[in-house]
Structures are given as structure tokens and as C-alpha cells.
Design a protein around this ligand. Structure first.
Ligand code: GLV
Ligand code: MG
Length: 345
């Protein structure tokens, strides 16, 4: 266990100091793109203006023979595009794969200064984070990187789920976590072939009675997602839902994202351009809720006491909820002019 006094010490001489607070960033969607595809790389300058986070994917979905090209494509894109307030992330291959070491060494060596976050798949336990933490510190020192590169873990193995608290608190380099429903399903031997979303056979039936029995579909991900949200919130890092694979089901995607948002997640992955708008819609607070939250803050300037607004009781706890809502709306307004006018900021 790292002693409290050492927790914020750089893990290599010359590496930047870890952040004590996460940088304030809007991350409603982490938009995935395959960097080895030249045609898609050409769209990145426009895409970077539209999304909150652009992620170059080197892991699943990239064929083995294209792994090196994807790494090079990412480097080229990071060097040539101005990302401004848009986050630049890279999903490297998992630590046990033949590619992870070269991914980290080559990418940090070439474009470490531009890179905000490394997404690490298939995190099983805190040791995985400790390994990458130290390696990144060595690379940051070697290449004189000025700010720490953060780690975002994917929670997608049964072992990861049972160790989720230890993973979330493993290092000040932790940015957050995403639930990876596809790999998690495989790891648990769930009998599904889907990427996120529900399943019509995972349901409960209404009690037997006279007529036809109603069936209610249940949420396959609630248990793991709720555990992950608590682990992230308790450690002041950010929880995300991962992928929703059925691009033809915009409604299903929206509901999956909204459940995650209501539960505490701050964003989700977009794997298809159509999911960017869905994520913006879901992870930007509702203007009516923001207007009501503003009323609460105005009515309770120091955040204490109790007042009645539109017949509803407000106190210190609802003030804190209102503050989360208004702070988030301000962050959205700073990036998104359409929503800034809806929020009347
Ligand atoms: C994402 O990587 C997943 O496995 O769902
Ligand atoms: Mg996965």
C-alpha cells in the first residue's frame, strides 16, 4: 500500500506531479475512431470540433495486421490536428497482449504532450493500474512531458468488477472508468451476443392470475454499473457507460445512456456518428431542470435552510443536487452554443 505521504509523489524522477483534482473537462461522449483508416483520419479536424473527446482505438476492432498502422495513424493525427478543448485519448491494447508495451512507449514518446488520457482495457485489479502508472511516469520523465497523462480503465472482466474499489483508488492518475458490456458478458459467460442494451429474455413475469401475464424486461447492467459509479464517486473520478452496439436502435441507445446519466455517469462512448447527438442530448442537463435548479440556488444563497418552490420542499441536499446541475450546465454552455442559449447563460 502506498503511504498517504507518498500518494502524490511522481513515480519517476523528472515526471510531472500527479493532479490533486481532475482537470475540469466536458466529456459527454468518448468518440471512437480507427486511426489506421486514412479516409476516417481525414475527417478528424471536423470531428474534433463536434465531439468532447476523440479517441484513437488500437484495441478490439483493429485487426492484428493493422495494429502498427493504427498506432502510426494515431501519432500522425495527434501531430497534425489542433484539438483545442476537445480531449485526445488513446485506447491501447490490454497489458497481456503483444502490443501494449509498444503502444505506450511509441505513443507517449511521439505525442505524449498532446495526449490527455490512455484508456486501458480489461483491467483486472489495482496491479494493472500500478504497472501502467509507473511506466507512464518513466516515459513522461524521459520525454519531458509537462502534465500527467491520465488513465481511464475499462471495467469489463468479472475480476475487475470484484476489485472495482481498489482499481478506482489505485492512483491519482485515475481519470475514471467505463463499463464494457461486451467483454464483461464474455468474461461472465453471459448467454448473449450483444454490445450493451437489454435482452428480451432477461425479465420478470407478473404474478399468475386470470389473464395474460405481463413481462417486464430487466436491466442486465444495473448491478455492475451501480458498483462502478459508487467506486468512482467515492474516489472523485468519473464513471461512463461504454458502447451500445446496435446502431439501428437510436431509442434503445438513448435509454441506455439516460439510465447511466441518471445513475451518475457523466458520459458514454459513441461508436457511430449518429450516437454523438444522442450523447449530447442525454448528457447535457435538461433546460427545464436547469431553470428549476437555478431557482433553488437563488432562493438559498448560502445553501442552508429550507424553502418551498412551486410546492416542493428544498433543503441543503436539494441545493447540492441543484449545484451539480447548474455547474454541469455551465460546462456544457461553454462548449455548446445551442445549449448555452437554452440554458439562458
Ligand atoms: C468494450 O470494450 C466492451 O467490451 O464492451
Ligand atoms: Mg472490450
Amino acid at each position: 500500500m502506498t503511504l498517504p505521504r507518498n500518494f502524490y509523489r511522481p513515480l519517476a524522477i523528472g515526471a510531472p506531479e500527479p493532479f490533486r483534482e481532475l482537470p475540469v473537462r466536458l466529456e459527454r461522449m468518448i468518440h471512437f475512431m480507427p486511426p489506421h483508416v486514412e479516409k476516417l483520419r481525414a475527417k478528424v479536424p471536423d470531428l474534433a470540433r463536434d465531439v468532447d473527446v476523440l479517441l484513437g482505438n488500437l484495441e478490439d476492432g483493429i485487426p492484428a495486421e493493422s495494429k502498427a498502422a493504427a498506432r502510426q495513424g494515431f501519432i500522425e493525427m495527434a501531430r497534425s490536428v489542433k484539438f483545442g478543448s476537445t480531449g485526445l485519448w488513446c485506447r491501447i491494447n490490454s497489458l497481456g497482449s503483444p502490443w501494449a508495451l509498444d503502444d505506450a512507449v511509441e505513443i507517449v514518446g511521439a505525442v505524449g504532450e498532446q495526449l490527455d488520457v490512455i484508456m486501458l482495457p480489461k483491467v483486472d485489479n489495482a496491479n494493472d493500474i500500478h504497472y501502467l502508472d509507473r511506466l507512464l511516469a518513466q516515459l513522461e520523465a524521459k520525454h519531458k512531458i509537462s502534465k500527467p497523462i491520465l488513465i481511464h480503465g475499462i471495467l469489463e472482466t468479472a475480476e475487475g468488477v470484484i476489485n472495482v474499489e481498489a482499481i478506482a483508488s489505485a492512483s491519482p492518475r485515475m481519470h475514471g472508468m467505463s463499463l464494457g458490456p461486451a467483454d464483461l458478458a464474455a468474461s461472465r459467460a453471459m448467454k448473449t451476443t450483444r454490445v450493451g442494451g437489454g435482452h428480451p429474455e432477461y425479465k420478470v413475469l407478473a404474478d399468475p392470475g386470470s389473464g395474460a401475464r405481463a413481462a417486464y424486461q430487466q436491466d442486465l447492467w444495473h448491478y455492475s454499473l451501480a458498483r462502478m459509479v459508487d467506486a468512482c464517486a467515492a474516489n472523485a473520478i468519473k464513471p461512463f457507460f461504454g458502447p451500445f452496439g446496435d446502431f439501428s436502435d437510436a431509442e434503445g441507445c438513448e435509454v441506455q445512456f439516460r439510465n447511466a446519466f441518471l445513475l451518475g455517469c457523466v458520459g458514454a462512448w459513441s461508436l457511430h456518428p449518429s450516437q454523438i447527438e444522442i450523447a449530447k442530448k442525454v448528457f447535457s442537463p435538461d433546460p427545464r431542470e436547469v431553470a428549476f435548479a437555478k431557482k433553488i440556488l437563488d432562493a438559498m444563497p448560502d445553501g442552508t435552510g429550507a424553502v418551498l418552490i412551486d410546492g416542493r420542499m428544498q433543503d441543503d441536499a436539494t441545493w447540492r443536487q441543484a449545484k451539480v446541475m447548474v455547474d454541469r450546465a455551465s460546462l456544457v454552455a461553454a462548449k455548446d452554443a445551442t445549449r448555452a442559449s437554452l440554458y439562458q447563460f
